[in-house]
Design a protein around this ligand. Structure first.
Ligand SMILES: Nc1nc2c(ncn2[C@@H]2O[C@H](COP(=O)(O)OP(=O)(O)O)[C@@H](O)[C@H]2O)c(=O)[nH]1
Ligand SMILES: [Mg+2]
Length: 291
């Protein structure tokens, strides 16, 4: 299985790349019946490219909220409800751990129901549904494709005059995937999007000032769920994130030269522990009914 050649944390998108990536994706999309759009269940808005609607041009869509094991269950339920419609099915998955083939094939069939029925009425035996997997870096596209495709279909050799053939990867008789996912870029103009992606470890830490990311994470958690912070770090919560890091440093004994508080170590530890789910499941973007 070939994977997309994107480094998962590569966000060096320049306008030229964007235009080219968009055009290539549009060409590939013409060949598919439907789109499987992956988003991170913790950040269902920030992990989405706003251009996807335009690119998909009313193709039936299955949205997969990946990493559901890291997101808050009640929030994921709300997101599923919010994003579902006649043309859009939504599934939340823990891709590495769950048996994903059956639910994905069923959801693909549900989203393609009308078209499949029309074909049957006209006496056409439907061929396998063809889908393309798309999403921003690090949402789990490669993990998803590698897991759901067990066997590659035989490749026909390149013939003269025929440009590189699209390669289809078979899931089963009902579903085939384009074997390379479409990589979209997040919407970086919005600072909140960057903070969300950074909180989830989906962009390189050098891209945003780490203290700013840590403070945003700390404020968000303090406002929503102070008990979790208090239990983990044996501290009392307060509104000032800098004061919170001081308290954590003292509780953990993070000092330099014996008495100076080691802020960097405190912040790095906090971020690492959040990403490792040590503070439980966290949905950074709550579903407020606006998409
Ligand atoms: N916990 C968890 N991790 C996942 C899930 N899906 C993917 N991952 C992890 O997310 C990271 C990025 O996945 P990858 O497939 O490389 O993303 P891509 O950039 O979209 O191709 C990898 O470390 C995967 O193991 C999931 O459902 N749950
Ligand atoms: Mg990949």
């Amino acid at each position: 299985m070939s994977t997309d050649n994107q480094t998962k944390t590569n966000i060096n998108w320049f306008p030229g790349h964007m235009t080219k990536a968009k055009r290539e994706m549009q060409e590939k999309l013409r060949m598919v019946d439907m789109v499987i759009e992956l988003r991170d269940a913790r950040i269902p808005n920030a992990s989405r490219n706003p251009m996807i609607d335009e690119l998909c041009q009313n193709k039936p869509r299955l949205i997969i909220l990946s990493k559901k094991d890291k997101a808050e269950e009640n929030q994921t339920k709300r997101w599923i409800q919010h994003l579902s419609s006649d043309e859009v099915q939504v599934l939340a998955l823990d891709i590495p751990k769950e048996n994903i083939t059956k639910p994905v094939v069923q959801a693909a069939q549900a989203v393609m129901k009308e078209k499949l029925e029309r074909q049957r009425r006209r006496g056409i035996r439907p061929r396998a549904i063809r889908a393309m997997v798309v999403g921003v870096p690090n949402v789990g596209k490669s993990t998803f494709i590698n897991k759901i495709v067990k066997k590659r279909i035989a490749q026909t050799g390149d013939r003269p005059g025929v440009t590189r053939a699209l390669q289809w990867a078979r899931v089963n008789d009902q579903l085939e995937l384009l074997d390379t996912p479409g990589v979209l870029w997040p919407k970086f103009e919005d600072e909140r999007v960057g903070l969300c992606l950074a909180a989830c470890g989906s962009i390189r830490d050098e891209i945003l000032p780490i203290e700013e990311v840590a403070c945003w994470m700390m404020k968000t958690l303090c406002a929503r769920n102070p008990q979790v912070l208090e239990a983990r770090y044996q501290i009392t919560c307060c509104e000032d994130p800098y004061e919170m890091f001081q308290r954590i440093a003292k509780a953990r004994g993070f000092y330099r030269n014996g008495q100076e508080i080691d802020e960097k170590r405190t912040i790095d530890t906090f971020i690492k522990e959040v990403r490792q789910d040590k503070l439980g499941r966290i949905t950074w973007e709550y579903c407020d009914g606006n998409d």
